[in-house]
Design a protein around this ligand. Structure first.
Ligand SMILES: Cc1ncc(C[n+]2csc(CCOP(=O)(O)OP(=O)(O)O)c2C)c(N)n1
Ligand SMILES: [Mg+2]
Length: 548
């Protein structure tokens, strides 16, 4: 039996136990903004060799953790101080929930021994964080810390993945105890869903099959199985959310502009890892006659929108592999004319974009930026969108060739997510280009994170589409009311000078032919950079609806 002395020697303070648990799960970075409630966690991270990346607003810490997770499919971790630190992080936590991003949020918390006596920043976070996460709890026993932190990370990674939250009363996390994390369970692919035969038969016999895959596919690491199945079936593939890049944009079965055609006219469609929400017309993006096979790691809770003909609930990766095996008899060449028809639509739509891409007006047409950018970006560049119309254009025309190389706020749609996500992505992949596309409105939410990039030497290249308005609100309101309010910003604001003052490389671009050299200088500068491109506020994005 251990003597009291031996036990005391092995005891470590709670912050160290947190850090040990992070280490046990391969976590190398903690994104945070300082607060006294977190000091022992910082001390533990220092001891365990976990790098602390401190940002300028707590939501950016959460978005950075999310950007890291999105870029790596490994857990991202943020620490938020008690009270306002946690409340400031809530929008970002909610966004991560909708994106199924596997992040763990560690909260400081007023001491348990004084709970109820009105300590500084004393508030119970759990009830208001709970609806935004997979699990939320307070750890009140120091000896439980390592196991609970490891468990929270494992739970965030388990499918369907998503954020988890733990907070630590100051006394719990400053006190010492013995505590060890459990062993790392590693990636869990999940089980094959029931219903494979039926799904495979439908898909193998389809004349006009189509596949629509989203964020769930990415987290399930299902890109190889997707590709194999699409090729075996001869099925056009459409991707959204974090699904983008799971089939390279230049694959013969990858389509982006012809989605309406491909989904509406498919006789059988396979939807993978995406809810039938507004992004899929509440299920109406598929034709009324289309037989819908739906696969996800969690049950479909949007039956009110559309009930799929076959519902598969299980591990996405092994289920896709099993469908592939069961459908092995399909002849992919039978769909050649269907694929050619969808390709014709794709080509036609792309041809229709050429005029805007080559538009030589000044201030620039936003599409012109994407033409120039395409010539500067590497195939594995990570592109992050944060803004309104400027990013809608990007979503349409920026090609994605590898999984995890496109990021946006996701369906929760919170402006300001970009700079934090870019910080996380660049830390995860220092050797790759990380390009952050910002509306001028969006810049206002997290622009101070260019200071974080400069202090920590994180050379993200930001590009602002500066039209002097909140275009995605201004134009729809004009359309509906004939006037707009609350939709103007100052024209030609020198956001580049702000970035320069923060220690970044910065340029302003007024003419189209200045753009490419400016982008090249920005990437070559080796510093965080901001290219402030003046764009034409009169350009109206062709939007059907933005309210529902
Ligand atoms: C936190 C938050 N507030 C408000 C909105 C509503 N909103 C969506 S797009 C948009 C306009 C964005 O303007 P900007 O970033 O300048 O891009 P632009 O549309 O002008 O290209 C607004 C205000 C939002 N999505 N998120
Ligand atoms: Mg704008």
């Amino acid at each position: 039996m251990a003597t009291t002395e031996e036990t005391a020697n092995k005891a470590q303070h709670g912050g160290r136990l947190v850090a040990k648990a992070l280490r046990s799960r391969g976590v190398e970075h903690l994104f945070t903004l300082s607060g006294g409630h977190l000091f022992s966690i910082y001390d533990g991270c220092k001891e365990e060799g976990i790098e602390i990346v401190d940002v300028r607003h707590e939501q950016a810490a959460v978005w950075a953790a999310e950007g890291y997770a999105k870029a790596t499919r490994k857990p991202g971790v943020a620490a938020l101080t008690a009270g306002p630190g946690v409340t400031n992080g809530m929008s970002a936590i909610a966004g991560a929930f909708y994106n199924r991003s596997p992040i763990t949020i560690l909260g400081g918390r007023a001491p348990e021994m004084r709970w109820g006596s009105g300590s500084l920043q004393e508030i119970d976070h759990v009830p208001f964080v709970e609806p935004l996460v997979k699990s939320a709890a307070t750890v009140k026993d120091t000896a439980e810390i390592a196991a609970r932190v490891a468990e929270a990370i494992d739970h965030s990674m388990a499918h369907p993945s998503g954020p988890t939250f733990l907070d630590f009363p100051m006394d719990t996390v400053f006190n010492a105890a013995e505590s060890e994390p459990s062993g790392d369970p590693g990636f869990q692919a999940g089980d094959i869903a029931d219903g494979i035969e039926e799904a495979a038969k439908l898909l193998a016999e389809a004349e006009r099959p189509a596949i629509m895959a989203g964020t769930g596919l990415y987290w399930a690491r299902g890109e190889d199985e997707l590709r194999a199945l699409a090729e075996a079936l001869g099925a056009p593939v459409f991707l959204n959310g974090m699904g983008r890049g799971c089939l390279p944009a230049d694959h013969e079965l990858a389509f982006s502009r012809a989605r309406g055609h491909g989904l509406k006219e498919a006789d059988v469609a396979l939807a993978i890892g995406l809810p039938l929400d507004f992004r899929l017309g509440f299920g109406g993006s598929f034709g009324e006659e289309t037989k819908l096979v739906w696969l996800d790691s969690a049950p479909n809770d949007l039956h009110r929108n559309r009930t799929p003909d076959v519902e598969l609930v299980g591990g996405i990766k092994p289920t896709l592999a099993a469908i592939g095996e069961a459908a092995a008899g399909a002849d992919p060449s039978r769909t050649a004319s269907w694929v050619a028809a969808v390709r014709a639509t794709e080509d036609l739509k792309r041809a229709g974009e050429q005029e805007d891409l080559n538009d030589d007006r000044a201030p620039l047409h936003p599409m012109r930026i994407y033409k120039e950018l395409a010539e500067v970006l590497d195939r594995d560049a990570i592109v992050i969108g944060d803004g309104g119309d400027f990013v809608s254009y990007a979503g349409k025309v920026v090609p994605t060739y590898e999984p995890g190389t496109w990021m946006d706020p996701g369906p929760f749609g919170c402006l300001g997510a970009g700079p934090g996500q870019a910080i996380g992505a660049k830390i995860a992949h220092p050797d790759r280009q990380v390009c952050l596309l910002l509306g001028d409105g969006a810049f206002g939410f997290s622009g101070m994170e260019f200071d974080t990039m400069a202090r920590h030497g994180i050379p993200v290249v930001g590009v602002i589409g500066n039209n002097g308005i909140w275009a995605l609100e201004h134009h729809p309101m004009m359309f509906l009311y004939g006037y707009s309010v609350a939709a103007k910003l100052r024209p030609e604001t020198r956001y580049d000078q702000i970035a320069e003052a923060l220690g970044c490389h910065a340029e302003i671009v007024r003419e189209p032919d200045e753009l490419k050299p400016a982008l090249e200088r920005a990437f070559e500068s080796g510093k965080p950079a901001l290219v402030n491109v003046l764009t034409d506020p009169e350009v109206v994005y062709p939007r059907k609806s933005n309210l529902a």
